[in-house]
Design a protein around this ligand. Structure first.
Ligand code: COA
Ligand code: AMP
Length: 629
C-alpha cells in the first residue's frame, strides 16, 4: 500500500488512533486522553479533555527549543516600500506585550476581539496575542465596507476592536477609522475600547476615552504568559459568506486546529522548521488564518506576509522577487493571481531576473484552477503545481496532493484525492451515493476531522440547518463535483448562491440587500458570470418599481454600483447592472438563477418545466445582449 493510501486508510478505520498520533506533535498542558467525543452535539468534538495554548505552540515553544534567532515572520510590503523581519524571540516579545496591553483593556479568556487590520505584521501579533490570552479573535477583511463590519460586531460582540489607521491599495490609501466609526454607529453593540495602529501613510485622529494608540499601549504594557484553554474552546470566529446577507460565524477550536494544521504542513505542504512558506492571501480570509499565521508558525517555519499584488507592485515579476529574496520553498496563492501574472507577462519574461533555486512547489486554491492557468504555471515554473480544495469551514485542505506523504500523479482539473480524515462522497438528490464519474453534491461523512468547524458562533441551529440537515450523517460542502474511477475528485463549482470573485467568497444575498435598498429597485437578483481574470464576476439584474423616477439607466447603474461598493465593499468588484422588466421565476416564485447564469455565459438553456413564463428567459437574453460584458 502506498504511503498516502496507508495514511488515508488508517484515518478512516481508526480516526482516534490516527489523530491521537498526530496530536503528539503539539505541546499540551494537559494531554488529551479522550481523542474523539462522538456524543457531543451539534457535532463530535476532538481532544475534548485536552488543554493547550495555541500561541505557545506557534511561538514560545520554538524559542524554548533554541530556535529563538530563526526568522518567524517576514513582512514584505511593496505598497509601502518597507520590509520588516521578526525572529521567533522578537515575535514572542511583541505578542506577549500586546497580550498584556489587551489584558489591560479588560480582555480575558473567552472574550472576543475584532481585528480590522491590513497585511501588516501587527495583524499576526494581534491574533496571536488573543490566542495567548485564550481570547477569541474575529478578523475582518479590509476590503469589506462598514455595514459588513457592523454585522460582525453585533454578532461577535467584541470587548475590543483592533484596527489600523489605514490600508494601502495600489494608487490609494484606504482610511480604516472612518469605516470603523460608521460601523460602530450602525452596530447595536459597543466595544469597550479600540486600539489603533497608526501607519505613517495616514495616521488617524483618535477619539479620547475610546481609542488607544497601539505603540503607546504596548510600550506601557507588561508582557503576559500563555493561558491554557480547553482544546474545544474557540480560538477564533471567522465570518464567511453564506447564501443570505447574514454571514456565518465559522468557529475554530484550539486543539483540533493546532493538530490538523501542524499535520498538514508536513504531510501536504512538505515544509518544515526553518523553511520559508508564503501564502499570498490576506489575513482576513481563512487562507491567511491557517497558512499565513498559524500553520507555518506551528511548524516552526518562516512565514512571509506580503502587502502587495501579483501585478502592478511594481510589475508581474513581484512574486518571483519575493520567492528569490526570502528563499521561499512553498508558495500558496489563488489561481486569479496567476491569471493576472500570465495576462501581463505571458512569456514569464520576469522570471529570468530571479533565482528560484530554493522554490519547490506551488499550491493553488480558493477557486477553480482552469487548465490553461495550470498548464502555464507548470510550464514556466517547472515545479509541481498543486490544485487543492477546501473552504473556510474546513480550515485545511479536504482534497490535495500530499507532497510530504507521497506525491500522487497529477490530473489537471482535479485537486487530487481526499486527505486523511475527509470521507468525501458524491450524493444525488435523495442522498444516495452516485457511481464514479457521475456528478452530484460533494458531501463529507461525519465525523469531520480535527480543525473543521464544530459549529457557528452562537448558532448551533443554523450550523445544523446549513450543513448537516440536507443529508443526515453528512456535512454538505455547497460544492458540486464528481469522483472518477481512480478516486480523483473534481469540483464543478458552488451549487448554492455563493459567489467566488478572484478567490474571494461573496454572498449574492448581501449584494441583493444593497441593491434592494435603492428606492427605484422593486426586485433584483445577483448572479456570478464567468470572468477571464477573476473566475467569476457579479452581475445585478434589477426590476424597477412602477413609480421609480429614473432619469436614465446609466445614472441608475452608477448609483447601484456605488451602493454595493458602499454597503458590501470594493472587494465585491460589482461593476455591472442589467435592467430587466421581469426576473425568470418558477411558478412558486423561486428565481431561476442557474438559467440566468447560463444565458449570461452565452448558452441557450431550455426553459425548465417549472418556469412561470418561458418568455422571460428571452427578455433576459435580450437585455444582456444590449450590453457589452
Ligand atoms: N482593503 C481595501 N480595499 C481592498 C482590499 C483591502 N484589503 N482588497 C481589495 N480591495 C479593493 C481593491 O483596491 C479594488 O478596488 P477598486 O475597485 O477601487 O480597484 C477592489 O477591492 C477589488 O480588489 P481585487 O480583487 O484585489 O481586484 P483588483 O482588480 O484590484 O486586482 C488581482 C486584481 C488579480 C491583482 C487581485 O484580485 C488579486 O491579487 N487576486 C489574488 C486573489 C487572492 O489572493 N485571493 C485570496 C484568497 S486565497
Ligand atoms: P472559501 O470559504 O472562501 O475558502 O471558499 C470556498 C469555496 O471556494 C469552495 O466551496 C469552492 O467553491 C471554492 N474553491 C476553493 N478551492 C477550490 C479549488 N481548488 N477548486 C475549485 N473550487 C475551489
Amino acid at each position: 500500500m502506498s504511503a498516502y493510501a496507508r495514511a488515508y486508510h488508517h484515518s478512516m478505520s481508526d480516526p482516534e488512533g490516527f489523530w491521537g498520533e498526530a496530536a503528539a506533535a503539539i505541546e499540551w498542558t494537559r494531554r488529551p486522553t479522550r481523542i474523539l467525543d462522538r456524543e457531543a452535539r451539534p457535532a463530535p468534538r476532538w481532544f475534548a479533555n485536552g488543554e493547550l495554548n495555541t500561541c505557545y505552540n506557534a511561538v514560545d515553544r520554538h524559542v524554548e527549543a533554541g530556535r529563538g534567532d530563526q526568522l518567524a515572520l517576514i513582512h514584505d510590503s511593496p505598497l509601502t516600500g518597507r520590509t520588516r523581519r521578526f525572529t521567533y524571540t522578537e515575535l514572542r516579545d511583541d505578542v506577549a506585550r500586546f497580550a498584556g496591553a489587551l489584558a489591560g483593556l479588560g480582555v480575558s479568556a473567552g472574550d472576543r476581539v475584532l481585528i480590522y487590520l491590513p497585511m501588516v505584521p501587527e495583524a499576526a501579533v494581534a491574533m496571536l496575542a488573543c490566542a495567548r490570552l485564550g481570547a477569541i479573535h474575529s478578523v475582518v477583511f479590509g476590503g469589506f465596507a462598514a455595514r459588513e463590519l457592523a454585522v460582525r460586531i453585533d454578532d461577535a460582540r467584541p470587548v475590543a476592536v483592533v484596527a489600523a489607521s489605514c490600508g494601502v491599495e495600489p494608487g490609494r490609501v484606504v482610511p480604516y477609522m472612518p469605516l470603523v466609526e460608521r460601523a460602530l454607529e450602525q452596530a447595536e453593540h459597543t466595544p469597550d475600547a479600540c486600539v489603533v495602529l497608526q501607519r505613517e501613510e495616514q495616521p488617524a485622529e483618535l477619539t479620547s476615552g475610546r481609542d488607544h494608540d497601539w505603540e503607546e499601549l504596548a510600550a506601557a504594557a507588561r508582557p503576559v504568559g500563555c493561558t491554557p484553554v480547553a482544546a474545544t474552546d474557540p480560538l477564533y470566529v471567522l465570518y464567511t459568506s453564506g447564501t443570505t446577507a447574514k454571514p456565518k460565524g465559522v468557529v475554530r477550536d484550539n486543539g483540533g486546529h493546532a493538530v490538523a494544521l501542524r499535520w498538514s504542513m508536513t504531510a501536504i505542504y512538505d515544509t518544515g522548521p526553518g523553511e520559508v512558506f508564503w501564502a499570498a492571501s490576506d489575513v482576513g480570509w481563512v487562507v491567511g488564518h491557517s497558512y499565513i499565521v498559524y500553520a507555518p508558525l506551528l511548524a516552526g517555519c518562516t512565514t512571509v506576509m506580503y502587502e502587495g499584488k501579483p501585478v502592478g507592485t511594481p510589475d508581474a515579476g513581484a512574486f518571483w522577487r519575493v520567492v528569490d529574496e526570502h528563499g521561499v520553498k512553498t508558495l500558496f496563492t489563488a489561481p486569479t493571481a496567476f491569471r493576472a501574472i500570465k495576462k501581463e507577462d505571458p512569456s514569464a519574461s520576469h522570471l529570468a531576473r530571479y533565482d528560484l533555486s530554493r522554490f519547490s512547489a506551488l499550491f493553488l486554491a480558493g477557486e477553480r484552477l482552469d487548465p490553461d492557468t495550470y498548464d502555464w504555471a507548470a510550464k514556466v515554473l517547472d515545479r509541481p503545481v498543486i490544485d487543492h480544495w477546501w473552504q473556510t469551514e474546513t480550515g485545511w485542505p479536504v482534497a490535495a496532493n500530499p507532497l510530504g506523504l507521497e506525491p500522487l500523479p497529477i490530473k489537471p482539473g482535479s485537486p487530487t484525492k481526499p486527505m486523511p480524515g475527509w470521507d468525501v462522497r458524491i450524493l444525488d438528490d435523495e442522498g444516495k451515493e452516485v457511481a464514479p464519474g457521475r456528478e452530484g453534491a460533494v458531501a463529507v461523512r461525519l465525523p469531520l476531522p480535527p480543525g473543521a468547524l464544530p459549529t457557528l458562533w452562537n448558532d448551533d441551529d443554523r450550523f445544523v440547518d446549513a450543513y448537516l440537515s440536507r443529508y443526515p450523517g453528512y456535512y454538505l460542502t455547497g460544492d458540486g463535483g464528481l469522483i472518477d474511477q481512480d478516486g480523483y475528485l473534481f469540483i464543478m463549482g458552488r451549487i448554492d448562491d455563493v459567489l467566488n470573485v478572484a478567490g474571494h467568497r461573496l454572498s449574492t444575498g448581501a449584494m441583493e440587500a444593497a441593491l434592494g435598498a435603492h428606492p427605484a429597485v422593486a426586485e433584483c437578483a445577483v448572479i456570478g458570470v464567468a470572468d477571464d481574470l477573476k473566475g467569476e464576476a457579479p452581475v445585478g439584474f434589477v426590476v424597477l418599481s412602477d413609480d421609480a423616477e429614473v432619469r436614465d439607466h446609466t445614472t441608475l447603474e452608477q448609483e447601484l454600483v456605488a451602493l454595493v461598493r458602499e454597503e458590501v465593499g470594493p472587494v465585491a468588484a460589482f461593476k455591472r447592472v442589467v435592467v430587466v422588466d421581469r426576473l425568470p421565476k418558477t411558478r412558486s416564485g423561486k428565481i431561476l438563477r442557474r438559467n440566468m447564469r447560463e444565458i449570461a455565459d452565452g448558452q441557450h438553456p431550455a426553459a425548465p418545466s417549472t418556469i412561470e413564463d418561458p418568455a422571460v428567459l428571452e427578455e433576459v437574453a435580450t437585455a444582456l445582449g444590449g450590453q457589452s460584458p
